[in-house]
Design a binder for this molecule. Structure first.
Ligand SMILES: [Fe+2]
Length: 210
């Protein structure tokens, strides 16, 4: 039951978070992103409802505590923000990836304990499949963002600083530090921001099938 309640909290967190992004997106292509997040949060409503009704059907209405589900959703979002940082798009992607792992865990453990009904089996499979589509949409979007950035800034790469200096935010770095460098604009990133940009660049290249 705990795993299913966690799943419920994750779905409600995704609904909350994708809906917020639907309002907050800006830039190009604003309208496409606005509609993509709408599609994502709207689809989750039915999944939340079905799961909650199944939980009540299996364990009774006392199983669902309003505030504890909300607290778990809050913890889930806060943890992703803490790990991923302020990049809301990367956060949405990492939450969707987390959901896939949670669905797999719930499936495996319910099956192992003999609690997996045919209906729950079907529900978990269908939800995983729908969210693979969400992942596909988000990854395609990320690939487009990264290729636009690469076109504007040139392919970035890691290098060792030959001289001390400051990155594009004014943070100092020392001679010999590893920095992430965009050759066309001579932009230098350091620290966690550089690590995140490098990961995004690698992931986007992977998505594009280089
Ligand atoms: Fe709207």
């Amino acid at each position: 039951m705990t795993l299913l309640l966690q799943l419920l909290a994750i779905l409600r967190a995704l609904h909350w978070s994708h809906w917020t992004l639907h309002w907050k997106v800006k830039g190009d292509p604003f309208y496409g992103d606005h509609l993509m997040y709408q599609r994502l949060y709207e689809a989750v409503v039915e999944e939340i409802d079905t799961l909650a009704e199944k939980i009540v059907g299996m364990y009774g209405s006392e199983a669902i505590h309003n505030l504890s589900v909300m607290a778990d959703s809050h913890r889930f979002i806060a943890e992703h923000v803490r790990v991923v940082g302020g990049d809301e798009f990367a956060c949405a992607l990492s939450m969707e990836e987390h959901l896939q792992r949670a669905l797999k865990t719930a499936y495996d453990e319910l099956k192992a304990s003999g609690e997996l009904s045919l209906g729950m089996d079907d529900y978990l499979m269908a939800t995983a499949s729908a969210h693979e589509t969400a992942l596909y949409l988000l990854r395609q979007r990320r690939a487009k963002m990264a290729s636009a950035k690469t076109a504007a800034y040139g392919d970035p790469y890691w290098m060792t600083a030959k001289y001390p200096g400051k990155d594009h935010k004014g943070n100092p770095f020392k001679k010999g530090d590893r920095v992430f460098y965009y050759p066309r604009t001579k932009t230098i990133l350091t620290g966690p921001e550089a690590e995140q940009a490098s990961r995004n660049f690698d992931a986007a290249r992977f998505d594009e099938g280089y």
